[in-house]
Design a binder for this molecule. Sequence first.
Ligand SMILES: C[S@@+](CC[C@H](N)C(=O)[O-])C[C@H]1O[C@@H](n2cnc3c(N)ncnc32)[C@H](O)[C@@H]1O
Length: 214
Amino acid sequence: MLTLQAQRELQHADLVLGFKTVLYVVKPWLADAEVRPMTYRDQEEVLEYAGTQAQQGKRCVVCCWGDLNVSASELLARVRRRAGKVKLVPGISSVQVAMARSGISLEDAVFITLHKRAEDDDLAEAVHYLKERRRHVIMLPRPFDLMPAGIAKGLLDAGVSGDLPVKVYQELSLDDEVRWGGTLKECSELAQEFSDLSILVFLSGKTPVTEPKP
Ligand SMILES: C[S@@+](CC[C@H](N)C(=O)[O-])C[C@H]1O[C@@H](n2cnc3c(N)ncnc32)[C@H](O)[C@@H]1O
């Protein structure tokens, strides 16, 4: 799912940075670049270093999962604070892959990310759309306090129908991809834990065309 343009940027990079798990995926396309993994704790220092390298004319590539215009604005803002010029290279988002797996179209769906700072009523927007039942809801959970079972419980408590079809996809397009499907009620009772690389699709709009099994 890495685009040809992204591969080219990586091949010509002097410095490549990103969270460790992301760097693991792009590693086969690196040539001679210096590689700097970062964590949530040291990302400011690593990005600061990249900023100084960029000022010296080095080609720095910051990698993120999927597409950087989907729920990655905090990282993007941190990069922008350090770099005068940032070129955005679009990627294939987990949202697009989830839509392909569940057979839905973006125009029939709304996207909600919980992958951000906690708010008073995180689920309010989803409750609104799911009760309306006009659009599917594609949702990123919040590792690890607002994950599929907890989200489903919250939605049920807020009055969303228990028979609503739900899909959970983990590690989409990677070697260990996992797919789960059931009702909202079944999702709320799930003992199965999902990793931080998981996405939910609530099928509440027009009937989707389910993709045949690969
Ligand atoms: C900070 S957001 C960034 C989203 C990313 N920019 C994208 O376009 O997919 C990270 C979240 O995206 C979701 N995600 C990213 N890659 C995924 C994958 N391969 N499979 C399932 N979910 C994924 C997970 O919910 C993860 O916690």
